[in-house]
Design a protein. Structure first.
Length: 177
């Protein structure tokens, strides 16, 4: 596709994204040809007009959006079976731009947050941290468990914090009795 085909349609640059450079016409024409080349021959009524129309749409978006949307790995060719209409190409560009805008907005809003500030510091050295079975003082295992706790890892047992008569032990310690 040469530049003379591209000139069939008049294009104007978009002012919708002042911070983003628009795709140059030559690159837009190349990407339109790539997009068109991904589909069966004969799907477009007038291939030259179709390519020029798609190129004119692509010039209204940043080059990185155009490259993403026309790339066979990430864009329209990998999502749409039939030759997309010009409107579908435009919608794909708008959708990609909106996604990138949401990412940028997310970064602006949450970039300064510390991921560890929201989580409490977990103390994995506290005694009784593995104790998950309460054994009452009247239980037949109680006397044996008191004896075992004299040599057991402090992480495996603790007295009841509520003052009930009994002991908390880990399930592994309980199974050994």
């Amino acid at each position: 596709m040469g530049n003379e085909q591209f000139r069939k349609l008049h294009w104007t640059s978009s002012t919708e994204s002042p911070n983003s450079a628009i795709c140059p016409p030559q690159i837009a024409a190349q990407r339109a040809a790539l997009l068109f080349g991904c589909y069966r021959r004969g799907d477009a009524n007038d291939p030259e007009t179709y390519s020029a129309a798609v190129a004119a749409i692509l010039t209204r978006f940043p080059q990185h959006v155009v490259e993403y949307v026309t790339d066979p790995r990430t864009g329209i060719p990998s999502d749409v079976q039939w030759l997309p209409s010009v409107a579908e190409v435009k919608q794909a560009c708008i959708k990609r731009l909106a996604f990138l805008d949401r990412l940028a907005d997310f970064d602006r809003r949450f970039a300064n947050r510390s991921p560890t500030a929201a989580l409490p510091k977990f103390d994995d050295t506290r005694p009784g941290r593995r104790a998950n079975v309460f054994v009452q003082a009247e239980a037949p295992q109680y006397a044996r468990l008191l004896e075992v706790t004299k040599t057991a890892d402090p992480a495996d047992w603790k007295p009841d914090e509520g003052g009930r008569p009994g002991i908390w032990v880990s399930s592994g310690l309980f199974q050994r009795t």
